[in-house]
Design a protein around this ligand. Structure first.
Ligand code: LP5
Ligand code: MN
Length: 241
């Protein structure tokens, strides 16, 4: 039966082999039979440049290439951890890089997909940080640094982020409801799929008197999370590795 799959927030890294194994199993068991696979950001724990020789990157690129050779096209939207993932890795994975907001026409239905961090407008500290690190000149400068320097900066940022998060109100780190409605209205959609908040749920909404829904993907910690869209339904599925 026709279906399309969406995942996000795997945070793959060498230190978490069970998640990587879960991803390989997901590709074989689920994605292989899908019409397409959309990865909505934070596939990796932290991305410091396509020239990073981490063997995990080559392993994931090979797995995604194989999936596509078997007939499942794959698409990627950047997350807040892997926004530096570039054309070189995209080429070696075979996937297409999509812009931060993408509207799909799926089985006759219009839907918007994105990572979800831009909807967290109450988190002003994060939005300031995001604006800074999204400046092309700063990214070029960062990418020109030696790998070990980039690794240290990324570690500092991760530590800074963890510390900042521990003192933030949990409500601040969720999406802003008005930002959701505004974005969906601007994109003229009644269905939105995103990740980032690690709060898997299906939210029923009302947009200008019409029913709408926002599906939120979960992060992959001890189990996997995916959204499956078929011609007749959209469902959030949590599954064991
Ligand atoms: O990622 P997570 O889940 O911890 O929290 C996010 C927000 N944090 C981030 C920061 C990333 O974790 C850092 C990733 C590094 C990627 C590779 C490096 C690339 C560098 C490129 C340079 C051009 O996204 C967090 C949100 C949370 O989601 C929920 O939405 O709250 O936001 C923050 O924590 C931002 C803070 O408010 C301020 C940032 C502190 C960073 C400290 C910087 C120190 C750097 C020193 C370097 C010299
Ligand atoms: Mn994220």
């Amino acid at each position: 039966m026709s279906h399309t799959l969406f995942i996000a927030d795997l945070h793959l890294c060498a230190e978490e082999p069970a998640i990587t194994a879960g991803f390989h199993a997901f590709l074989r068991r689920e994605a292989l039979h899908a019409d397409a696979l959309y990865i909505l950001g934070d596939l990796f724990e932290a991305w410091i440049g396509d020239d990073d020789p981490d063997p995990l990157h080559a392993e994931i690129a090979a797995a995604l290439r194989e999936l596509q050779q078997h007939g499942t096209p794959c698409y990627f939207i950047h997350g807040n951890r892997d926004f530096l993932l570039g054309k070189r890795f995209a080429r070696s994975s075979g996937f297409s890089l999509l812009p931060e907001e993408q509207v799909l026409e799926l089985y006759g239905r219009r839907m918007l997909i994105m990572h979800g961090d831009t909807l967290c407008t109450d988190d002003e500290g994060y939005q300031r940080f995001r604006r800074k690190v999204h400046q092309p000149w700063l990214q070029r400068l960062f990418l020109a640094l030696p790998l070990f320097v980039r690794q240290r900066i990324a570690m500092r940022m991760r530590a800074g982020s963890k510390q900042a998060n521990s003192s933030k109100d949990v409500a601040i780190m969720d999406v802003n409801p008005a930002a959701v409605i505004q974005t969906m209205t601007r994109q003229q959609v009644h269905c939105l799929i995103h990740g980032h908040t690690h709060r898997p749920a299906v939210h029923k909404l009302d947009i200008n008197g019409q029913p709408a829904e926002r599906l939120v993907l979960g992060a992959w910690h001890t189990e996997g999370s995916m959204i499956r869209v078929t011609p007749s339904a959209t469902e959030l599925i949590i599954f064991p590795f």
